[in-house]
Design a protein around this ligand. Sequence first.
Ligand SMILES: Cc1ncc(COP(=O)(O)O)c(C=O)c1O
Length: 418
Amino acid sequence: MTKLAVLGGDPIRTEGYPKWPIFDEQEIMAVTRTIQTGRWGGAPFPGPQTAEFAEKFSELQGGGYAVPMMNGSITMEVAMRAAGIGWGDEVIVPAYTFQATASAPMAAGAIPVFVDIDPETYCVDPSRVEEAITPKTKAIFVVHIASQMVDMDAIMEIAQKYNLVVVEDSAHAHGARWRGMGAGTIGDFGSFSLQSWKSLTTGEGGVLLCKDKHMADRAASIIDCGRPKDADGQEFTFGVNYRWSELHAALGLVALERFPKQFEEREAMADYLEESLSEVPGIRMLKRDLRQTRRNLYRYVIKIDPEFFHCKNETFCYALSNEGIPVDTGYPPMNRYDLFKPTLSKLPVPSAFPEYFDFESMTFPDADRAYSSEAVWMGESIFRSGQEGIDDLVSGLVKLGKCQDQLATIEASRKEMI
Ligand SMILES: Cc1ncc(COP(=O)(O)O)c(C=O)c1O
């Protein structure tokens, strides 16, 4: 009888998946050279390598004025400040995302209004976005997740109709394209993270892509203690120091060189995976919108049929991870987010607007179903492990399909433990 590894059987894969980030002499030399120049920090902003990175990053995404900064959270806060959105303004945020998409606009004083996702794509549902608009709404945040992109045609139409600013949280979407247009270049702002796990990384870092040069000048001013960045040197802003260092930029220039090959490799392996996935019982792929012309495989997400496997995704992920294939259940919906407790933030926003932060009364059935029963998230490294790594993933899925009774037993015992 096939026995699950978690119950003492042989695991499918023992060698793990490739580590990330990867590096060699190029990164070591780039940092060493920067140390030798004595120009380590970010001031005056932008430093020469930061400026070069900004130009090349806009080229990679195919547009926009790029302002590199410390991370991919403050990028969104800065976007709000640059656009003059803040105290008491409502911004629409998907219920299914990392907490920064909500906490960053809150830090600028804005109130996040959460909306549910499209259950077929796991990206925000544009019709629900439109339903949530009120006279106080000033911006729409969308998040490209699960290697998918949000329906940007629908979002831009809504934004134009109601005159709203669009921020694309593209922390997962480096290199991705919607009808040939780069993620982060379609809305007014594109926010990117370069944090260690991201598919283009410098350890820490972020880039704000701005459609408008004036917004880019204001963003650069806000992150450089408010110093003017406009051509006349006249426009001061209420700024802080979120400058990016030249040491990070040095790593970034190497990362940009490596990126196209890594991107193609992951994309090709995702295609290879999908050829097999359609035949694996109990597994469904998210619906692909063919208007998305390139996808970045940072996180790939499949859906399981809990009835078929006799368990929900938490038990499934536990069992598959024990087979040597690391997977997880992904983001909780915003009203259940452990990291995101607005009443603990000491920001004035939650206490001044308690009606918006009644998390008990919020329901996001589709985000909730994804998180608590169907979604299985996997990382980019699986897509850098060659066909053998993908074959192991598929074997793991097939194995779990043959072990439904064992999965049911594990689920029951885990429930007892809780
Ligand atoms: C969707 C999303 N948005 C924003 C962020 C924030 O990026 P950073 O960690 O660089 O602040 C992340 C990072 O994990 C993310 O996944």
